[in-house]
Design a protein around this ligand. Sequence first.
Ligand code: BES
Ligand code: MG
Ligand code: ZN
Length: 482
Amino acid sequence: MKINIIPTLPESTQILIFPFFKDEVDTEKIREVSGIQYLPPFHGDFKEIASLNHPEKPLRIFLLGLGDEKDLPQLQFAFRSLAFRNHKHWDKGVVVDMSHLPVKAIFSLTMGTYLATYQIGSLKTTDKPESNFFDESFELTVLHSNHKAEALAEEGKITAQAMMNMMHLVDSPANIKTPEWIANYALESAKKYDYHAEILHKEDLEKEGLTALLAVGQGSIYPSVMIKLEYKPENLDSNRPQIGLVGKGITFDTGGISIKPSSNMHYMKSDMGGAAAVIGAIELAARLQLNVHVVGLVPSAENAVDANSVKPGDVINSYSGKTIEIIDTDAEGRLILADALAYMCKNYNPEVIIDLATLTGSSVRTLGYTAAALFSHDNNLVKSLSEIGYRIHERVWQLPLWNDYDSDIQSDIADVRNFSGKPLAGAITAAKFLEYFVKDSAHWAHLDIAGVAFGDSEYTKMKSASAYGVRLLVEYMKKIAL
Ligand code: BES
Ligand code: MG
Ligand code: ZN
């Protein structure tokens, strides 16, 4: 897809899109351009679509409703939905009249339209969609005369590209998407977008003592890895705070010996949604050349059932030196995160640490598919992430880290245990477990994204990846970069 920004409607236009907020539908303008006197009912409701054919010219017009909130955090979804449903009929390109909208809406337009090119069926051998929409030659022409339009259009495009790369990782099946495969993606991305990536392989993990990560992966035929990412622009002031990001990268979660029920187990290929958020955010930060220093750690393993798997009751070591009693092998995410968080605290000096993980079913039962559960002692961090999350529609909601929950992770025979054994407050006790491995937990935030990383959508028949977290983290980094 090619983007052009021009001030006025070209004579040759064959497909024109008119987006309108609710109750701001400019019927005079529509009549004038469409040559139609009696217009069909159209109110501008969110995702409402109407189409008109000019009686004399080869011109088709789509009216697109944007809903009633001017700053609609979901604006891109109106554009994505329109393009997803209609691109088959768009031959060489479309013209979108944005001239009456705030220039910021152009970011949402290009992001949404690019997201509509996401093709989840890359492994299909038949039924590949045929449409020029997916070609480089397809032209998205935007009518606007603000000088910021170009940069916003470009940012929308590369944001969508980073998100789609992550959707591809999360939607890929676990027999393809091994820990090594994710590591290779990170290495290639780092080379392409000029940031640093380094992989700790099995021998390195053994040497470094990342024993909890190794324990989780010990039943798998695919070796575990730790992916280390770092982005730092050349001329960055030395007083800029460093941001540490950690993402759970379980490529498949069978539950291990504490095996999960088989219904819906296939969705557990999405158990690396936190890893995708971290890799995607750093890739995008590098492409946007943000003025921040960010370090990312992605522990990645497969939680498999095997004679070599860890068993309930086993006591394992961890990078921090603390011993962990494994009550339930399905509480594996917190084990690999414990090592990554401790590694972050020991080897880097981040002012703020944010981890993201598809950690508990409990967070889904608490907040549904609407928001991620947020845990932090740092009120400023809570405020920032809550504000940004609302603004970009990647919402978070805070749950407590009170000491009342401490006893839930105390073990008789080891320093801590990985599960309370009770079907209560699961998202909170998981967060308490992580807290135990963070040095100065005051500047740490944990996001349980189990309900938001992967879900139903109008674009797929089954659940699919959302790329949740990529934008949340990038917007947070932009705030730090100010
Ligand atoms: N990966 C799961 C959590 C999950 C559940 C993610 C649903 C996405 C959708 C995690 O590893 C897990 O199995 N958690 C257990 C923890 C329990 C055994 C303490 C859970 O939530 O049931
Ligand atoms: Mg599990
Ligand atoms: Zn898991």
